[in-house]
Design a protein. Structure first.
Length: 70
């Protein structure tokens, strides 16, 4: 059997073990959503396996700004 990055989810191989608000640890992904303030529309989505939100605001902001320039 080939050894590599440990799998933590049988349904989502991209998930990784993250600490939860209840102090437990479970397979998860970190998802950022950008919303239009004048409507209920989602205008940006970013999904990562990063365990922290630190540094994730800038990529979603750039995604939304880029879509407005189209």
């Amino acid at each position: 059997m080939k050894k590599g990055r440990p799998r933590v989810s049988t349904t989502d191989p991209d998930a990784r073990v993250m600490k939860m608000s209840d102090s437990g640890f479970r397979p998860a992904v970190n998802m950022q959503l950008a919303m239009d303030t004048e409507s209920p529309a989602i205008v940006g989505v970013e999904i990562t396996d990063a365990g922290s939100d630190k540094g994730l605001a800038e990529p979603i902001r750039e995604q939304v700004q880029g879509s407005r320039n189209i």
